[in-house]
Every structure is written in structure tokens, then in C-alpha cells.
Ligand binder design. Structure first.
Ligand code: PLP
Length: 221
């Protein structure tokens, strides 16, 4: 099997090809390398290859591996892509440069307090439960507009974009289109969508952040 550096180069080439096919500006699309479950040994070659945006889904796991790497690479950007409990919001605001999973008022309120207290403003995305799956996080699509408005007006939080994880068994394209239309209607500039299996399709439908794990790091246990 190819090493992570080779796989990263291939993913970057496919991202660039999809961006070109979509007639979009390459600067509009960020590749977030999802390193969850992988240790520093696996991350090091990807960092050495120049990758600077990484995604993690657990605050505690990220705290265990990223602080020394962030100290060594000040241009590194860390994205929280997993659910955030309010009792971990303080640590999340301190460590992450972007949080993709804002999905309820209680969390928005705590994030507002922490960003003010720490003087740090991670880029925020509202997670939309595109397939309305009961076990999944995110606001229902029809409640997204009201929630984004409450984030701005009640919690004084600036929301940059929307994020979704389409149902595993579905064709993701209608979900990508729904998120794109919702983002456009709300005047939001960023869309976090697309994973290893569908990041090219996501780019064709407007993704600004693709979250790619196994296609770069290999299969997770
Ligand atoms: C794990 C994860 C990814 C990456 O998944 P791959 O299929 O390995 O690319 C993307 N987004 C979220 C929210 C994840 O939890």
C-alpha cells in the first residue's frame, strides 16, 4: 500500500482536478486532512509534505497530540469536526481554529462566552442534519435559518458556513445541493462537506472545506 505522503499527493491532485472541472478558484477549497485515531507518527509525514489543515473529531484526543505540533508549526489550522459537549467548549476554543459542529443554543451560548473570555474566535460552522437521521447531530434543514439567525442576533456569534454529513447509504449529491442552496439563502460563504468517498462531487457542488481521512491516512481500525 502507498504511504500517506503519496496518498496525500493523489488527493490533492484530485481536488485540483475537481476544482478545475467546476471552474472554481483553487483558493476557495481547503483540504482538511482528518487525522482522528492516528498518532503523531502517522501525522508527521503528512505535515512534512506541507499539509497544514487537519481535522479531529474528539477534543480530548486532539489535546493529546496537537499542542506540540501546533507550537512547531504556527501556520497549522486545526478543525473540530465531531460533536462538541458544552463542558469541553473551553478546551475546544483554546485548541481549535475552526469548529464545524455548532448545532444547539446551549452550545452557541457557551461558545460565545468562551470566545469572549479567551479572545479567540475559531471559524464556526452550523452542522445541518441533512438526512434528518435521529441518531445524528445537527439542526434539521428547515430549522437551520432560524438557528443561524439566533447565533448572530442572540448569541452574537459570527457563523461562517454550514456543515453536513449525508446519510451513509444515500446519494450525497442531493444533500450537497440542499446545503449549498441553504448557505446561499443565508448569505454564508463556506460549506464543509465531502469525505473520502465523495469529496470530488462535493467540490462540484460548492464545498469550500472537504474533510478527507482514510484516503490520506489509510483505513481506521
Ligand atoms: C471521520 C470523518 C471524516 C473523514 O472520513 P473519511 O471517510 O475517512 O474521509 C469526515 N467528516 C467527519 C465528520 C468525520 O467524522
Amino acid at each position: 500500500m502507498a504511504d500517506a505522503e503519496t496518498r496525500l499527493a493523489e488527493v490533492k491532485a484530485r481536488v485540483a482536478a475537481a476544482v478545475a472541472r467546476a471552474g472554481r478558484d483553487p483558493a476557495e477549497v481547503a483540504l482538511v486532512a482528518v487525522s482522528k485515531t492516528f498518532g503523531v507518527d502517522a501525522i508527521a509525514p503528512v505535515l512534512a509534505a506541507g499539509q497544514r489543515e487537519f481535522g479531529e473529531n474528539r477534543v480530548q484526543e486532539a489535546e493529546g497530540k496537537w499542542p506540540p505540533l501546533k507550537a512547531r508549526h504556527p501556520d497549522l489550522r486545526l478543525h473540530l469536526i465531531g460533536p462538541l459537549q458544552t463542558n469541553k467548549a473551553r478546551e475546544a476554543v483554546a485548541l481549535f481554529d475552526a469548529i464545524h459542529t455548532v448545532d444547539r443554543d446551549k452550545l452557541a451560548g457557551v461558545l460565545a462566552k468562551e470566545t469572549a473570555r479567551q479572545g479567540r474566535s475559531p471559524t464556526l460552522f452550523v452542522e445541518v442534519n441533512a438526512g434528518k437521521e435521529p441518531q445524528k447531530a445537527g439542526v434539521a434543514p428547515e430549522q437551520a435559518a432560524a438557528f443561524v439567525t439566533r447565533c448572530r442576533d442572540v448569541h452574537k456569534l459570527s457563523i461562517e458556513g454550514l456543515m453536513c454529513i449525508p446519510p451513509f447509504a444515500d446519494d450525497p449529491v442531493p444533500h450537497f445541493e440542499m446545503l449549498r442552496d441553504l448557505g446561499a439563502a443565508l448569505g454564508l460563504k463556506s460549506l464543509s462537506m465531502g469525505m473520502s468517498a465523495d469529496y470530488e462531487a462535493a467540490i462540484l457542488h460548492g464545498a469550500t472545506h472537504v474533510r478527507v481521512g482514510s484516503a490520506i491516512f489509510g483505513a481506521r481500525d
